[in-house]
Design a protein around this ligand. Structure first.
Ligand SMILES: NC(=O)c1ccc[n+]([C@@H]2O[C@H](COP(=O)([O-])OP(=O)(O)OC[C@H]3O[C@@H](n4cnc5c(N)ncnc54)[C@H](OP(=O)(O)O)[C@@H]3O)[C@@H](O)[C@H]2O)c1
Length: 244
């Protein structure tokens, strides 16, 4: 029976990281607030969790809208079975594009999802957890979090800034009992996004060419379970044959 609450934002298809994180943490006996933009996708994830004996609530929330993020945390605090013990910011959208053709609106949109939303979410998570002096806040990163590359200007600017934001939070709130960590997913994920949008790429990568969803969920679970006398701030994950 769930006695703690998780808030996970950036949830899409069932074979996607956000959905798998929700399922994984529901199995850890957390009631999961499943948040994202598309109601049908959220409901499918919450229904699957409830059907297998966990508990979840779907909440349509755009991570870039302050009022919606504040309302999400208010609802989780009011309706969850216990304190908000876990918050995961998984929203992110890779928008490839070279610099000379990159228009300002596209850059800003990418930054709003990749970075600004992380600020809103991190702030509300900290506000919710501080009274208990406990909780875990996890951010999903990408290869772009670590290095700038041509053709990924907007994405790398957003993800790099999100990583620094997570570091600042960790240094600020760790001493107050809140564990903040960042997970660098250094390569494509073996999920719907790549396999449906770029099937040729998935095929070309071959066996174990994309990072497994279960392996990523395990990494998040490891961070969540760490005792406070041995916290990691960052983990990176890649397939064995990925050059880095
Ligand atoms: N996919 C990869 O290969 C890969 C590789 C490295 C890192 N990552 C990172 O992993 C995370 C998950 O990415 P994913 O592509 O695999 O997708 P996913 O976890 O399957 O789903 C993420 C969902 O976030 C939602 N989202 C987008 N903008 C949002 C917003 N403003 N507010 C709320 N939700 C929003 C989207 O919902 P809708 O579908 O409703 O638009 C999307 O389905 C991202 O942070 C990404 O940067 C992904």
């Amino acid at each position: 029976m769930a006695d703690r609450t998780a808030v996970i934002i950036g949830v899409g298809p069932q074979r996607g990281l956000g959905a798998r994180l929700c399922q994984g943490f529901a199995r850890e006996d957390l009631h999961v607030f499943v948040a994202g933009r598309t109601e049908a996708k959220l409901r499918a994830v919450a229904d699957a969790i409830n059907a297998e004996g966990g508990t979840a609530t779907a909440v349509v929330t755009d991570a870039t809208r302050e009022r919606e993020v504040v309302a999400l945390f208010e609802r989780a605090a009011a309706e969850g079975p216990g304190p908000i013990d876990l918050a995961i910011y998984n929203a992110g959208n890779n928008m490839p594009g070279g610099l000379l053709d990159l228009d300002a609106a596209r850059f800003e949109e990418c930054w709003r999802i990749g970075c600004f939303g992380g600020f809103l979410f991190g702030r509300e998570a900290a506000r919710g957890m501080l009274p208990n002096g406990a909780g875990t806040v996890l951010f999903t990163g990408a290869s772009a979090s670590m290095r700038g590359r041509p053709n990924f200007y907007a994405f790398t600017a957003a993800k790099g800034a999100l990583r620094n934001f997570a570091q600042a939070m960790a240094r600020d709130f760790g001493p107050q009992g809140i564990h903040v960590a960042h997970v660098v997913i250094d390569g494509g994920i073996a999920g719907d996004k790549i396999e449906q949008r770029w099937p040729e790429l998935a095929k070309q990568r071959g066996e174990d060419g994309l990072i497994g969803l279960d392996a990523i969920v395990d990494a998040f679970r490891f961070l969540y379970r760490q005792p406070r006398n041995g916290w990691s701030h960052e983990l990176d994950l890649r397939v064995h044959k990925e050059p880095f």
